[in-house]
Design a protein around this ligand. Structure first.
Ligand code: NDP
Length: 336
């Protein structure tokens, strides 16, 4: 049984027969694009399925300073668009399609797409990445897009000259706050501990920035406002004292959760929902690989995602030598 998202029932009979490939890649971030590049260059017929925009979370990064090869850093969109062009040149086929079901347990892997189409392949590389985590407190969903955002690069320009806050203490929060400090009147960082998780280089810039205030040991308890966000209520984790912080924008940057709901019950996941796969990216299922942020790993960065993609494509290429041939290819065999 495939897992279906958004519907308990299998979609109506497929309108068209499934397209068949050697490898399908689910997700078009750096891991998926790198896997696509390597698989296409290896001569495999490969399709990449992406429901939104290509580049994944990396495409929303304002400035990437730690991806080797760019001594002045590079914009996230610029970097990922170059990855996409490079993979396309190598022969990667991209389908803009939401995957609503995956069946990965058989010899043939099948993805069901929105609208009832399907794609089949002998190997599948999972590269769905992770999604921004929510605080889960009142007002967050209601004020989404009306002052509450998870993407400073996407929505920061709307905060020009205003007071805003960033929630979190990791690299994303630090980068977001520094980016917003160049746009906003003032930025307040609210972090639940007394020290940053972010790299020291970023953390130092944040501590020293004249337009940034840091509120340590506090969590957000409510997002307030009717039509638009007016303030956030924060609480000290030490004294439980609550304070109202008037802001017109809040950027929530408290980490991410792996986008693995589609494969739950088939692929082995850890307690936090990340795919259990070693450095070779092989999962518990034959010819199913996990690349990028959704894999259990010590460091989730663009550089480790592209590395995973290359490893996964290479592993798929090796494993496909011993796999049954595609039905389509069998039909094409000359009769002897
Ligand atoms: P992280 O998991 O690194 O950091 C999340 C932050 O949010 C932590 O400070 C955490 O606090 C805090 N947090 C988590 N849950 C809550 C909650 N419910 N309420 C309040 N605060 C919470 O996530 P990031 O998105 O920052 O980064 C993800 C990965 O991507 C990391 O590996 C990071 O290094 C990488 N990255 C790299 C960049 C770069 O190199 N340019 C840019 C952005 C990200 P606590 O510290 O107490 O756990």
């Amino acid at each position: 049984m495939a897992v279906y998202i958004g519907s308990k029932e299998k979609p109506a009979r497929l309108a068209k027969p499934a397209d068949s490939f050697d490898v399908m890649i689910v997700g078009g971030g750096p891991a998926g694009l790198s896997a696509g590049l390597y698989a296409a260059r290896a001569g495999l017929e490969v399709v990449l399925l992406e429901r939104m925009f290509m580049g994944g979370q990396a495409a929303t990064a304002n400035h990437v300073e730690n991806y080797p090869g760019f001594d002045n850093g590079i914009g996230g969109p610029e970097l990922t668009m170059a990855m996409e062009r490079q993979a396309a040149k190598a022969g990667l086929v991209v389908r803009s399609a939401g995957v609503v079901g995956l069946e990965l347990r058989g010899e043939e892997k099948e993805a069901e797409l929105e609208g009832g189409m399907a794609v089949k392949a002998r190997a599948a590389i999972l590269a769905m990445g992770a999604r921004p985590r929510k605080t889960g407190v009142s007002g967050e969903e209601e004020l989404r897009g009306r002052g509450v955002s998870w993407c400073a690069t996407c929505d920061g320009f709307m905060m020009k000259g205003k007071n805003c806050a960033v929630v979190g203490g990791g690299n994303t929060a630090a980068e977001d706050a520094l980016y917003l400090a160049g746009i906003c009147e003032h930025v307040t960082v609210v972090h639940r501990r007394g020290e940053f998780r972010a790299d020291e280089a970023l953390a130092r810039r944040l501590r020293e920035h004249p337009k940034v205030t840091i509120i340590w040991d506090h969590v957000v308890k409510a997002f307030e406002g009717e039509e638009r966000l007016r303030a956030i209520e924060i609480e000290s984790v030490k004294s439980q004292e609550r304070t109202r912080l008037p802001v017109e924008g809040v950027f929530v940057a408290i980490g991410e959760d792996p986008d693995t709901a589609l494969v739950k019950g088939q692929v082995e996941l850890n307690r936090d929902g990340y795919v259990v796969a070693g450095e070779d990216t092989r999962t518990n299922l034959t010819r199913v690989y996990a690349a990028g942020d959704l894999r259990v790993k010590p460091l989730r960065q663009i550089v480790t995602a592209v590395s995973d993609g290359a490893v996964a494509a290479t592993a798929a290429m090796q494993d496909l030598r011993y796999a049954p041939t595609r039905a389509k290819s069998l039909e094409a065999q000359p009769v002897t």
